[in-house]
Design a protein around this ligand. Structure first.
Ligand SMILES: [Zn+2]
Length: 444
């Protein structure tokens, strides 16, 4: 009888623990070790097919990511992966993201050739055998599973972490990386002699980033570290005609044929350098005076450190990178082939307004503001210098037509925003989206 009582007591404690784990969406220590697993894989294909193949499984250093909210509830990104406990089927960790392959797939070239891209996912190191489940949105914007692998972490238990030799310096340290938002800043195109220049450029990034809300008001939530990843010579590929320096991270202008768009196809090298510190978000500063940059949700941003618009580019790209915010502008050329949306976009800050009564930021709209919201759109399209602050609904959240590279059929929440123009201010819907994401990384 006594034995039975002990068993019952044990069961109830165990049931309680399970209930708490489900409720808190966490139990980090129960399922994970305090280090990062990185899976490098090849993501290849063309405009209509894609495939994945694991290239390597690494120890990517101490874990600095989410420990409280393990399953990202916001469903952002073109792709998402799940780490599923193989024995119980319990989803232990999820993360949405976008990728260079995903963008390339919408270019004309992807209709003509097959191409492979380096890609990585990072997550806390599971203690037990797990299933990796990769999901992608289909043509109706619904996630479908497109790849699964079962991995036994015991086979990699002895893997030591190492990153390429480089000086590391913390510019801001406000607490344990597990409970803070950690930004790592890498250098591309900075030679050894440019070390002081890089230090000044990192400070310039910090000053620009923390001058804008919501980052300004929550500076104490962040750590910022810089990794001095030096290049043999100064400069970035194609910052001037026929210029191809051997910049260490491989960043280049003219990505997908767009002059100002700077990305790299050497993601694994970038990740190797970044792993010198625990990080959540990754910034690559470009030693270049040519306007340009890029930002991809949960991958990285690049930003020219020395053009007249550097501060604006850095903050705008962080909007893409941190919260997957869409571009709200629609009058500049881009490389993507865009068609009229038949389904609601997943981004926080644009809508197809298919059901105006269900507008996703409805709670922020004043009942007296018409939806769609009138503005002098034709006049703006003739002259972008139109003073948006003089518009009738300039201070209101509404649904303003013209967003996401489309003049018609997509709407943005406010007349102006740093995702729309170089205004150095996020609209209220973008600020709310950014705060929601950042909150997931913070434990106080
Ligand atoms: Zn916005």
């Amino acid at each position: 009888m006594k034995k039975f009582t002990i068993l019952l007591a044990f069961m109830s404690v165990s049931a309680l623990a399970t209930a708490q784990a489900t409720k808190s969406n966490g139990n980090f220590d129960g399922y994970f070790e305090n280090k990062t697993m990185r899976i490098d894989y090849i993501h290849g294909g063309n405009s209509s097919t894609e495939s994945f193949k694991i290239f390597g499984i690494k120890n990517d250093g101490l874990w600095g990511g989410r420990v409280k909210v393990m399953n990202d509830p916001y469903n952002l990104g073109l792709y998402a992966f799940d780490i599923v406990d193989a024995a119980s089927g319990k989803v232990l960790y999820t993360q949405g993201f976008c990728s260079v392959f995903g963008e390339w797939q919408t270019t004309i070239e992807a209709g003509e050739i097959n191409k492979d891209f380096e890609e990585s996912i990072r997550f806390p190191w599971p203690k037990n055998i797990f299933k990796l489940v990769m999901r992608k949105r289909d043509s109706t914007n619904t996630f479908q599973t497109i790849w699964t692998e079962t991995v036994n972490p015991a086979l990699y238990a002895k893997a030591e972490h190492s990153s390429p030799p480089a000086q590391v310096r913390y510019f801001m340290k406000n607490g344990n990386p597990k409970y803070k938002v950690d930004i790592v800043v890498l250098a591309d195109g900075y030679a050894v002699a440019d070390s002081t220049v890089f230090s000044n450029d990192v400070q310039q990034f910090i000053d620009a980033f923390f001058s804008v809300e919501p980052f300004k008001g929550r500076k104490a939530d962040f750590n910022v570290a810089a990794v001095y990843s030096t290049s043999p010579v100064s400069g970035i590929r194609l910052q001037k005609p026929n210029y191809y320096p051997a910049n260490i991270l491989g960043c280049s202008y003219y990505t997908f044929g767009t002059e100002r768009y700077v990305l790299t196809e050497r993601e694994w090298t970038v990740r190797d350098y970044a792993s010198a510190v625990p990080y959540d978000f990754l910034v690559i500063l470009l030693n270049s005076d040519k306007y340009g940059g890029g930002g991809i949700y949960n991958l990285y941003i690049t930003a020219s450190a020395k053009s007249v618009s550097s501060g604006y580019v850095m903050v705008h790209e962080m909007g893409h990178h941190i919260a997957g915010l869409a571009d709200e502008y629609y009058t500049s050329d881009v490389a993507y082939q865009i068609s009229m949306p038949k389904y609601e976009p997943w981004e926080f800050n644009i809508t197809a307004l298919l059901k105006p009564e269900n507008l996703k930021w409805k709670s922020m709209v004043d009942p007296t503001t018409p939806i769609p919201t009138p503005w002098q759109k034709e006049k703006y399209e003739q002259n972008e210098a139109l003073n948006l602050a003089d518009e009738v609904y300039s201070n209101k959240v509404g649904a303003f037509e013209g967003a996401g590279y489309l003049s018609k059929g997509l709407y943005r929440p406010e007349i102006d925003c740093i995702m729309f123009s170089n205004s150095l201010k996020f609209c209220r819907v973008c600020r709310k989206g950014l705060n929601r994401v950042l909150d997931m990384y913070i434990s106080r």
